[in-house]
Ligand binder design. Structure first.
Ligand code: E4P
Length: 216
């Protein structure tokens, strides 16, 4: 399973990029608002200079013609850019057109396996099932990821599954076990994935033991 970073924050991206484990980025209008930056083009261009991999930029049009126009423009910003489109009738219509033009689409706000089936049929490169937001309303978000992976395997669809709305490291583990191609994670969760108290204790002991012999 690949790891994408779910952020529009350059400091987080630069810090995570150094680890060599992040192979893409997802953004959305809320993440842009968090950075108080409405210049999507400059943000995506900057991200592309930090991370060499797919970078999702979300359209804000709600009609198919508007989405297509925005997407064609976004697609010119960087060779790695992926256009993020919500799953609506207009979103599917736009995706069908854009996929034929080889513009990669990431269909977002996926909350049901039927939505994911339609996303694959429309030719999208990615689908983003939102795990945390389903958990928030007492639905099993990870079951959605499992169902989508099963359906895509069954019919050999090439659409890749991005486990999104990831809230904690257990979500990452479960997404990997479910066979998601990618999990897009907040920076905080990436750091939590690295951390283990026994690693910290082990380093402390090794250092203490080394110091005890090197000072004699
Ligand atoms: C990623 O593509 C999504 O936009 C993101 O993971 C949503 O996460 P949230 O539910 O924590 O806002």
């Amino acid at each position: 399973m690949h790891i994408f970073l779910d952020t529009a924050n350059f400091d987080e991206l630069r810090s995570a990029a150094k680890l060599g484990v992040v192979s893409g980025v997802t953004t959305n209008p809320s993440l842009m608002a968090k950075e108080n930056n409405a210049d999507l083009k400059s943000v995506i261009t900057e991200i592309a200079s930090i991370i060499d991999g797919p970078i999702s930029a979300e359209v804000i049009s709600l009609d198919a013609a508007g989405m297509i126009k925005e997407a064609r423009d976004i697609a010119k910003w960087s060779p790695n850019v992926v256009v993020k489109i919500p799953i609506t009738p207009a979103g599917l219509e736009a995706t069908s057109v854009l996929s034929k033009e080889h513009i990669k689409c990431n269909l977002t706000l996926c909350f049901s396996p039927n939505q994911a089936l339609l996303v694959a049929l429309a030719g999208a490169a990615y689908v983003s099932p939102f795990v945390g937001r389903l958990d928030d309303i007492t639905h099993d978000g990870m079951q959605l990821v499992t169902d989508v992976v099963t359906i895509y395997k069954q019919y050999d669809f090439s659409t890749q599954v991005i486990a999104a709305s990831i809230r904690h490291p257990l979500h990452c583990l479960s997404a990997a076990k479910a066979g998601a191609h990618i999990a897009t994670v907040p920076y905080k969760v990436l750091m939590q994935m690295i951390k283990h108290p026994l690693t910290d204790i082990g380093i402390e002991r090794f250092m203490a033991d080394w110091n005890s012999i090197s000072k004699t």
